[in-house]
Design a protein around this ligand. Structure first.
Ligand code: ATP
Length: 314
């Protein structure tokens, strides 16, 4: 991780990706404009760094406060001289975040670039951490809580998939939570925008523990799988992990190495739920974790599953 320098003089002149033939043609809404940073005259000097939230592959995320409004935000800062792969991931994340506008996807409030090339993405601040940290600090989730989580993530995935965006890295650490227990999808560094109907989605990116069998071993599952169903597999594993308290394809405490994961995901039994769970939850998880991706339900279909619908009418 590169040393973090002072970036108070960031300005708002970011050369956003060129409109080209390969840009998506779908009418994604632009981010809302009623933001404290919508004026080109505003600089990142208006933000005060409060603390470091965490470090990722791509840089450092700070909690910052807007001096005039006292509103809190998260600022992800990435060095201009970072590894080219990391830079590509940040640009991809920017490209997606600046277009998406859903209550179930973390909101982007602005993008800054320094002449040095350092980039900063200003996002809404999710003050309760991630589903991973909640699992670690508060323990496993009840079925009722999981139905709430699943409904929100499915709404986010349904939005993304309807705009031809595949997340490709759904896991507890990439689902942010705020104090109202609102869950939002974040971290689009390895996502893919399906620009044309025939785009294939078989590249090996994302966290392999949550990868679907067809992504792990595309040759055995046909090389042109659509990718959307891979997000559903990852969601199923995520929910199961939040329920049982450990990565569900391996015994508790076992560290997953690549070969063990490959065997568990591609050749192991379909992940099973423990005794005592409701029939709705068991069936919901089965709909997500079908090894045959063509049998997996879509995000839109899962939103009508009794496990989700039953909870929303209680
Ligand atoms: N909008 C946000 N609000 C609150 N915390 C955030 C926000 N965005 C990211 N974080 C937190 O900041 C930390 C670093 O995030 P970042 O996205 O840079 O890396 P990562 O997801 O941990 O790892 P990587 O991107 O390398 O997979 C994580 O703990 C993440 O949960």
């Amino acid at each position: 991780m590169a040393v973090v320098r002072d970036r108070r003089q960031l300005n708002l002149r970011l050369p956003l990706p060129e409109i080209s033939e390969r840009r998506p043609r779908f009418p994604l809404p632009l981010p809302p404009t009623n933001l404290p940073f919508s004026s080109g005259a505003t600089t990142a000097a208006d933000l005060e760094k409060i603390e470091v939230i965490g470090h990722g592959n791509g840089g450092t995320v700070y909690k910052v406060q807007h001096k005039r409004t006292a509103a809190n935000y998260a600022l992800k800062v990435v060095h201009g001289d970072c590894d080219p792969t990391v830079r590509r991931q940040v640009l991809r994340e920017m490209e997606i975040l600046r277009f998406t506008d859903s209550p179930f996807v973390v909101q982007c409030h602005g993008i800054f670039q320094k002449p040095s090339g350092d980039i900063a993405i200003l996002m809404e601040y999710m003050d309760a951490g991630t589903l991973k940290t909640l699992l670690e600090t508060k323990g496993t989730f009840s079925e009722v809580d999981l139905a709430g989580v699943a409904g929100q993530v499915l709404n986010g995935l349904s939005y993304l998939h309807s705009h031809k965006i595949i997340h490709r890295d759904i896991k507890p650490a990439n689902l942010l939570v705020n104090g109202n227990m609102e869950v939002k999808i974040a971290d689009f560094g390895v996502s893919k925008i399906m620009r044309r109907m025939l785009d294939s989605c078989n590249s090996y990116v994302g966290t392999c523990a949550y990868m679907s069998p067809e992504r792990f071993d595309p040759d055995s599952h046909g090389s042109n799988y659509d990718g959307y169903s891979g997000d559903i597999w990852s969601l199923g594993l995520t929910l199961l992990e939040l329920y049982v308290g450990h990565f569900p394809l391996l015994p508790a405490g076992q560290k997953p190495d690549w070969a063990t994961l490959m065997c568990a995901i591609c050749f192991g039994e379909e992940p099973a739920l423990p005794e005592g769970v409701s029939e709705e939850f068991r069936n919901f998880i089965e709909c997500c974790l079908q090894k045959d991706s063509t049998k997996r339900w879509t995000a839109a279909q899962l939103l009508s599953h009794p496990f989700i619908c039953k909870q929303s009418v209680i």
